[in-house]
Design a protein around this ligand. Structure first.
Ligand SMILES: Cc1ncc(COP(=O)(O)O)c(C=O)c1O
Length: 195
């Protein structure tokens, strides 16, 4: 589970603190960095759960001499403040593929959705309109580059989705506009609207 990342890091950091102390160097703060949760697919534990895990690890490894803490929240602060609005440009049937329906949208790995690479960030998707029967698809970017496939697994869209419709990536306010290429294969970069 993701909380183990801090437990292990705090353990390792405590060893560094002790090594430094043996050499007469008193370290007094610890930077826990980023990684705090945003609302991607799957509900993250509440922040209190992260805090409890961090506090337990501090207690276990630092005891009474806990360091001051810094944190560097990135996506936790801004992801939910933005969305990426894409448009379907093509729906293709590929009968020999494991998932035969491919939906291509005009945002992709090179136009803001770099964090879908390896399917490591799974954005929640919204297709405007009343509930429609949906089924599995492969969701792809528009560039024909083999890396520009957003999701091959566990993604469903309305069965009748058609070019021109919107597919909205929710909680996409972090690492999207800033990660958009300027002109990959001649595709324009993601434009940003602030409201
Ligand atoms: C040094 C540093 N700290 C914190 C962050 C924030 O990370 P996240 O948005 O995953 O919480 C980043 C992200 O690039 C970073 O480079």
């Amino acid at each position: 589970m993701v909380l183990d990342a801090w437990r292990l890091a705090i353990h390792r950091a405590s060893e560094v603190f002790r090594h430094a102390a043996r050499r007469g160097i008193e370290l007094d703060f610890l930077n826990l960095g980023g990684g705090w949760p945003a609302h991607y697919a799957g509900t993250p534990p509440p922040l209190e759960t992260y805090a409890a895990s961090v506090n337990a690890a501090l207690q276990q490894h630092f005891g009474a001499s806990k360091p001051k803490l810094f944190v560097e929240p990135g996506r936790y602060m801004v992801a939910d403040a933005g969305i990426v609005v894409s448009e379907v440009v093509l729906v293709a049937e590929r009968p020999h593929e494991r998932v035969p329906r491919w939906v291509y949208v005009d945002a992709g790995i090179y136009a803001g959705l770099e964090e879908t690479s390896g399917e490591r960030i799974r954005y929640r998707l919204l297709v405007p309109g009343p509930g429609r029967p949906s089924g599995p698809v492969v969701l792809s970017g528009p560039t024909c580059d083999s890396a520009d496939v957003l999701y091959r697994h566990q993604v469903e869209l309305p069965l009748d989705i058609a070019p021109g419709e919107r597919v909205i990536f929710l909680s996409a306010g972090a690492y999207t506009a800033t990660c958009s290429s300027v002109d990959f294969n001649g595709f324009p970069p993601l434009t940003m609207q602030c409201v």
